[in-house]
Ligand binder design. Structure first.
Ligand code: NAD
Ligand code: ZN
Length: 232
């Protein structure tokens, strides 16, 4: 049985990392859609970096919660892959190894000039940080609104969606494309779809099981379901 789990910002909410689509996601009254864009970075790189540094601080203090931990545990017991839209690295910190990051990682930087990619937890010491190889302005190695997703990660995610016997969707609003398509592809390819979210989303309509609750308790139920009954 192949299990594929798509996660979004909601799985990290109980770790204290704010989701985008709620008032807690706001920073200095600015919406993420106005900061996580190439245009915003061109206009005011320091402002964009200050926002990422604020988010880095929150994520550095955060700990993986029960939902992340259960996924790491399930990876040892099932043929399981996690596809995440999160940039916080909490799946890996919980022990998951089979993680596909669709939107990059907040701890990495990238040089738009020479292409160098590197990790630097101390990047916020002086902002905006510069590329150690060529001196150009560095950016966070994350996918911004309007940008293409990493091609190989995307190809692999579509492949996994087609192969899945059970496809679990946790904590994603289902409005950010193309990740939002994955549950529909899985469903059309014959997978059972389980959705965990305290609110209805475009995915809850196609869910075989809709667990209208938070990620931690919802994932406990998913764990039990797969443990006892299999995908039925
Ligand atoms: P989103 O902010 O658009 O939606 C969050 C979803 O999580 C909503 O549907 C909400 O109902 C649900 N939710 C809220 N609390 C929850 C909980 N405790 N348990 C389960 N579900 C909960 O997030 P998105 O769909 O992931 O898309 C926004 C984009 O911004 C993505 O690229 C996302 O990864 C990124 N982002 C990442 C982080 C992070 O890395 N932790 C945080 C904010 C936004
Ligand atoms: Zn460079």
């Amino acid at each position: 049985m192949k299990l594929v789990v798509l996660t979004g910002a909601g799985i990290s909410e109980e770790s204290g990392v704010p989701v985008f689509r709620g008032k807690e996601g706001l920073w200095e009254g600015v919406r993420p859609e106005e900061l996580a864009t190439p245009a915003a970075f061109l206009r005011d790189p320091e402002k964009v970096w200050r926002w990422y540094c604020w988010r880095r601080e929150i994520i550095a203090r955060a700990r993986p919660n029960r939902a992340h931990e259960l996924l790491a545990k399930m990876e040892k017991e099932h043929d399981l892959w996690v596809i995440t839209q999160n940039v916080d690295g909490l799946h890996q910190r919980a022990g998951s190894r089979r993680v596909i990051e669709l939107h990059g990682n907040i701890w990495r930087l990238r040089c738009p000039s020479c292409g160098k990619v590197w990790e630097d937890p101390g990047a916020c010491r002086s902002i905006p940080p510069r590329c150690p190889r060529c001196g150009s302005l560095a950016r966070p190695d994350v996918v911004w609104f309007g940008e293409a997703l990493p091609a190989e990660a995307l190809r692999r995610s579509f492949e996994l969606a087609r192969q899945a016997d059970v496809f679990v969707v946790v904590g994603t609003s289902g409005v950010v494309q193309p990740a939002a398509d994955l549950p529909f592809i899985a469903k059309n390819s014959g997978a059972r779809v389980i959705v965990v979210n305290p609110r209805r989303t475009p995915h809850s309509r196609i869910a075989d099981v809709f667990l209208e609750e938070k990620a931690s308790t919802g994932m406990e139920k998913v764990y039990e379901l797969l443990q006892n009954k299999g995908p039925a």
